[in-house]
Design a protein around this ligand. Sequence first.
Ligand SMILES: *[C@@H]1O[C@H](CO)[C@@H](O)[C@H](O)[C@H]1NC(C)=O
Ligand SMILES: *[C@@H]1O[C@H](CO)[C@@H](O)[C@H](O)[C@H]1NC(C)=O
Ligand SMILES: *[C@@H]1O[C@H](CO)[C@@H](O)[C@H](O)[C@H]1NC(C)=O
Ligand SMILES: *[C@@H]1O[C@H](CO)[C@@H](O)[C@H](O)[C@H]1NC(C)=O
Length: 545
Amino acid sequence: MSCRWSRVAALLAVVTVICFATAQATFLPAGVRYEEIECDIVVAGGSTAALAASLAAARTAPEKRICLLESTNWPGGQLTSSAVSAVDFGTHNDFAAMVASLPGNPGKCWVSHWCYEPADLLHKWIFPTINQTKNLRVFYNTVVKKAYTAKGPHGDEVKSILAVQRVPKEENEAWRNRLSEDLLDWYSLYESKTFNKKALHFSAPLFIEATEFGDLLVTADAPFAQGIEYPYEDDYTTLDCGQTHVFPLYMSIEKEPVKQPHFPPPPRGISYEIPSQFSWGRIWSYRRSIGLEGPENEARIGETSNQNWGPPPGNDYNLGYLYLPTQEVKAQAKNWHGGINMTSLADAELTAFGWYTYYSQQCNKTQKPEVCARVALAASVAGTDLGLSKVPYLRESRRSIGIHNFRLMYENMTSHVNPTGVVFADRVAIGEYFYADIHHMADGLCKYPAYLGDRSIKPYYVPFRALTNRDFGNMLVAGKTMAQTFKANAATRLHPVEWTTGLAAGVAAALMSTHSIPTTTQLYENNIKLLQETISTQAPLQWTL
Ligand SMILES: *[C@@H]1O[C@H](CO)[C@@H](O)[C@H](O)[C@H]1NC(C)=O
Ligand SMILES: *[C@@H]1O[C@H](CO)[C@@H](O)[C@H](O)[C@H]1NC(C)=O
Ligand SMILES: *[C@@H]1O[C@H](CO)[C@@H](O)[C@H](O)[C@H]1NC(C)=O
Ligand SMILES: *[C@@H]1O[C@H](CO)[C@@H](O)[C@H](O)[C@H]1NC(C)=O
């Protein structure tokens, strides 16, 4: 049996060939079983941007095979698996079809005008939409282990990705543990106590990097940055610190009294408090996911509330940076495991459990005793056994450096005189938020430079160059991995902008595929009009203010 792809004319479905690693397949220990999968566009996913990119690419090029590698079983990133089910709209933005799938504001929350339970969005919109998209194949529970690159006629190219797909050994075992117990296993090719593993080898002419941890950027040895540009925004040196991360969770008021779970204590240095300007009920309704009629500031039986409260004294974890230092990240690329500081990951989990315990114990200060007796950690709403989100909510990732060293910068998103930021000639997405939103780590842990002080932004435009990588002409980036500075990311990291930039990257990849445009530089130089026209049939591309 040949383990090279043999082309089958007019075959739309993604064909997989089972192979065994041989001396030629240098990427795997000999004898390991792997599958060869050939696609036209591979989306390295896990984020909100990845879902948008996959759907847009599939819609734009219906005859091309799109493969999405989804790190969890819940596509959607912060919309679902990271449990930020209170969408961070600015004042102008919407993503209409999805929002319309859950009409109104199911949570009657007040941080947003749209709060919901992830499973509702998954079952009403995300899964049906994926299912109707015949040329999109989603590989669930799959992460990028390694990228293979080569010099091609147009410069460096990503040729293929080796990915690890985990298959739980027992039904319902997949989400039994804390992520900090399982994450290294997710990236291991070897069978573990919990998972059987499948090695998947994806080849394609085009790749979109929209992972949460920048897996493709790092493993391809592409230029990237993490942390804060220092001392000025236009520097290429960075500090290995930045935004906080958090494990959101859900709480419910059950029909019957509940026995409370016991968790290990929070990390040293964490203490909780309900700030005096907020009441228990205000925090309950802040990101409430199911809201029933009744008096304000009262929790009711049948409601659920998303807890993502901070910066501390809530569950937002501010005592350690999620990412390993850049040098260690680069050193890990040979045997990639996400480049995560496992202490910071585990401590964020404990901080979230601690918040649940503290907050539930405060209930009876202002709420009815029969309600407080029924307060529960609503694990099933998060889709895990222990009740925390499947993956943490990240406010930053590893970021690409674009063609011609382009990075979107804060100055391009603000203006003292104009109603919008810079109107780039190569604009491919719009975005908007109240400000560049930075959740600071605890005092003394990060030397936040002075230029981060002024953070107001205007409705802005994202140029195509922000969706590129300087060294790899067949790689697009979207969402938090875009070519942008830390400060710019603080303004673009919200769900709607992940969506618009993901969509733009998906359309760009589709056009590169159907029009045989070999590199992002060539698209930038010759095809921006076509790209803009195609995007504007799928999403707004112009601010009308
Ligand atoms: C989508 O398809 C999957 C199988 O691929 C199936 O399990 C699921 O029920 C479908 N969901 C919807 C909403 O159609
Ligand atoms: C990981 O983070 C902890 C704090 O959460 C810190 O003390 C430790 O030095 C970090 N480790 C590395 C290798 O950066
Ligand atoms: C309120 O809850 C705390 C913690 O569960 C408990 O110690 C206390 O007795 C409760 N108070 C009332 C009035 O129920
Ligand atoms: C974007 O901002 C940077 C930093 O201020 C600036 O150098 C650059 O000229 C701006 N780009 C445009 C198109 O105005």
